[in-house]
Design a protein around this ligand. Structure first.
Ligand code: AP5
Length: 207
């Protein structure tokens, strides 16, 4: 199965992605993760991420294209954070057509602005990929990863002023995608205000 997971920053896309790929045995393709890796050696990407702006479509589309040409995606994939503009969605459609692939569902995790800010400002991450929330999903020992005991940190773009810019970018550039996928009949609305496990149940039931 091939899925797209969309929703505003902090909706819970990364959290649900881990569960979905494990349940369905499919590949997780997160453009956010790819750019966080790329920013270590690319100053332009690093500045864009730190300011909450989107990476230009051309760069994103080329990166996604290369990734979708790899063999492992044949067993199914979950796109997390891509596409993020209508232009990216149109380019994705072309890519899939040329590879003879299709999307089975687009899960849209919906949360309000206030909840997104609350979730992002409390998020703490580990270099091993684990993610926590200081109030909602706390680690067993404060500031330490349950899995590897490393120090948890706050993402650069999780500072409150950047979060508001990210939400603004989302409203202007990504929200129009909801109508784009509604018109294809693929869009599934998921109430992201429910608990982590309830959200996952709803996604499973709709897949
Ligand atoms: P990306 O990494 O995709 O960031 P995002 O979309 O802003 O999403 P987040 O990672 O902030 O949130 P999430 O929805 O994954 O929530 P999470 O599960 O962590 O992109 C980063 C940047 O890369 C972009 O700003 C852009 O610059 C660039 N980029 C990426 N893709 C691009 C593209 N296609 N085009 C152009 N640029 C691109 O959860 C958040 C918190 O809430 C956590 O603490 C979690 O523990 C907690 N939580 C989760 N679920 C629940 C729940 N149900 N109840 C309570 N707490 C919960």
């Amino acid at each position: 199965m091939n899925y797209i997971l969309m929703g505003p920053p902090g909706a819970g896309k990364g959290t649900q992605s881990k569960k979905i790929v494990e349940k369905f045995g499919i590949v997780h393709l997160s453009t956010g993760d790819m750019f966080r890796e790329a920013k270590k050696s690319d100053e332009v990407i690093s500045k864009l991420l730190a300011s909450g702006q989107l990476v230009p479509d051309e760069i994103v589309v080329n990166m996604a294209k290369k990734r979708l040409e790899k063999d492992d995606v044949k067993k199914g994939f979950l796109l997390d954070g891509f596409p993020r503009t209508v232009n990216q969605a149109q380019e994705l459609d072309k890519m899939l057509k040329s590879e003879n692939m299709k999307i089975d569902a687009v899960f849209f995790i919906d949360v309000c602005f206030e909840e997104a800010v609350k979730r992002i400002s409390g998020r703490r991450v580990c270099s091993c990929g684990a993610s926590y929330h200081v109030d909602f999903i706390p680690p067993k020992v404060e500031g330490k990863c349950d899995g590897c005991n490393c120090e948890l940190i706050q993402r650069n773009d999780d500072k409150e002023n950047v979060v508001r810019d990210r939400l603004d970018v989302y409203e202007k550039q990504t929200r129009p995608l909801i109508d784009y996928y509604k018109s294809t009949g693929l869009l599934v609305n998921i109430d992201g205000l429910k608990s982590e496990s309830e959200v996952f149940e709803d996604i499973k039931n709709a897949s």
